[in-house]
Design a protein around this ligand. Sequence first.
Ligand code: CU
Length: 155
Amino acid sequence: MNRRTTILSAAVALVSALALTGCSSDSSADTGGKPELEVSGAFMPQPVMDMAGGFLTIKNDSATADKLTSVTSPLSDDVQIHETKNQKMRQVTSFDIPANGELKLERGGNHIMFMDIKQKPKQGEKVSIELHFEKADPIKVDLPVEAATHNPKQH
Ligand code: CU
């Protein structure tokens, strides 16, 4: 009888320990409903004027859609996000980052635009930016400066 009680309470303790572990690992993976975003392929073509473009891909591996709402950088006090339609670019207030999808900023399409840049970074240098989202925490990225004509498009 005594032994049975001991085993039972040990089992209960084990189960609740497992439950606790499960719970805490859940809450560390759960970012409070925030999407998990990953930035890749970032670059800036070496600027030839007093403005510059920025390109990158933001991958969203979560089931929650997000939006890129703004970009900040020490290079410019006026960093905009632009879409290109009918070969004309236009400032937008946000870009959608679909759930389990990606947002591609690439030459000829959506891009980051640095207006009135404070200096002209050269190929091989880096420009730091911070991406701001509707839901996810801001992400800091260093854009390597590439040749003015650089275009990594693979297809
Ligand atoms: Cu533009």
